[in-house]
Ligand binder design. Structure first.
Ligand code: ZN
Length: 395
């Protein structure tokens, strides 16, 4: 976006602020009038009941109360163009006080996202309401390119269609970066595919597309979708089980903020630099190991049987991450074990041992505990491995 475009954007938002304030005043007026009418009617019926029509008037009063309540609810529902009515109230209150003057910065950001979605001419009302769920992801992320996110949400369109020929059955939906378009190929009752693609949508930039390893792009997208849209540390089953696990590993090693920075900016250097410092090696070596990990996770779709080269790669990657952080050694052993098994087309149900919240600040407070990442994997012997093996679920 150039300066001119940004300026015209700000101008549009200013206009919207004034419009929203006037709208709210109008609604407030209607609400007060209706309240007054309701009170008058109630008073009238109370008097009549006092005069002897008690039973009849009580019934009438209740009827009117319900009727008026419904009417008021409808008046209020006009405001529910956003996901959280309290938040809108706050914004509107500020607008009323400072008509024409800029609203506080932290709310400005919300308003920016809101107005982007509201201005979108391709989305239905219901789709827009679903899109409002993206606001906290944007709020919690200091590294995100807000203009990109704004533009993508403003232009976004959603298409439900048959899977195109040549697209693998595992692909449930796609986000087409250049068209700002989400394609949904399967029935999506819980909207898991839609929310995943919507999360892709706000991170769309060329750097993001080109520079990031595939596992990080999908793992982070899935992890954010789970934390923010489903209030879950990991919503399963998912196509991206291994990718999410690898992303969580990386968060444990370099810190979730570093991972969020690289993911949001499309620049892997913060992760490489941190890995290099931790392992006392070079950023080149860090990159090689991340690439190897990405390759391993990618191969799991195409390699039905375990083969030795892949196994040696596992060991290499594991040893490297072991160098980066000693205390999580067992976790990586476990991870290697899990991947090894994955090649035999089995899943091991280990998600409960990695239920840590990384990004959703509200969920972090709600869950209260930091979660256990290493847990069961510590000093696992043969019998324990057998126990874990028995827990696996075939899909
Ligand atoms: Zn994806």
């Amino acid at each position: 976006m150039n300066i001119e475009e940004i300026n015209s954007l700000i101008e549009e938002i200013e206009k919207d602020k004034v419009k929203a304030a006037l709208e709210r005043k109008k609604r407030e007026k209607i609400r007060r009038r209706k309240e007054k009418e309701r009170n008058q009617k109630i008073a009238w019926y109370q008097i009549s009941s006092f005069l002897g029509f008690s039973f009849f008037s009580i019934v009438c009063s209740i009827f009117l109360l319900i009727k008026n309540y419904e009417e008021n609810k409808n008046v209020f529902s006009n405001r529910e163009v956003v996901i959280d009515a309290d938040k809108v109230d706050d914004i509107c209150d500020d607008l009323e006080e400072e008509l024409g003057i800029s609203i506080p910065e932290e709310e400005n950001e919300d308003y920016l996202v809101l107005s982007a979605i509201q201005k979108n001419s391709h989305l239905s009302k219901e789709e827009k309401e679903d899109c409002y769920g993206i606001i906290p992801i944007i709020e919690d992320n200091p590294y995100l390119n807000k203009e990109n996110a704004y533009q993508s949400l403003k232009e976004l369109c959603i298409k439900h269609m048959n899977r195109p020929k040549g697209t693998e059955n595992e692909v449930l939906g796609e986000y087409l970066f250049f068209d700002y378009q989400i394609n949904i190929y399967d029935e999506d009752i819980k909207k898991t595919t839609f929310f995943h693609e919507l999360t892709h949508c706000i991170y769309g930039s060329m750097d993001h597309l080109i520079n990031l390893p595939r596992f990080l792009k999908e793992g982070m997208t899935e992890l954010l979708t789970c934390e923010y849209f489903f209030e879950d540390t990991y919503y399963k089953p998912s196509t991206y089980f291994g990718e999410v696990l690898a992303t969580k590993m990386l968060c444990e090693v370099v810190g979730e903020n570093t991972v969020l920075e690289s993911f949001s900016t499309g620049n892997m250097n913060p992760i490489y630099q941190r890995l290099a410092t931790l392992s006392n090696s070079t950023t080149k070596e860090a990159k090689e190991n991340i690439d190897k990990l990405d390759d391993l996770l990618d191969k799991r779709f195409n390699t039905p049987q375990k083969n030795h080269d892949i196994w040696y790669d596992f060991i290499d990657v594991s040893v490297y991450f072991d160098k980066c952080i000693k205390k999580n050694f067992e976790f990586y052993n476990y991870y290697v074990y899990y991947l090894d098994d994955y090649f035999l087309h089995d899943y091991i149900d280990i998600w409960e041992i990695s239920n840590k919240v990384y990004f959703n600040q509200e969920l972090k407070q709600k869950i209260g505990t930091p979660g256990i990442v290493v847990g069961m994997a510590t000093s696992m012997d043969k019998n324990q491995k057998q126990f874990v093996k028995n827990k696996k679920v075939s899909t």
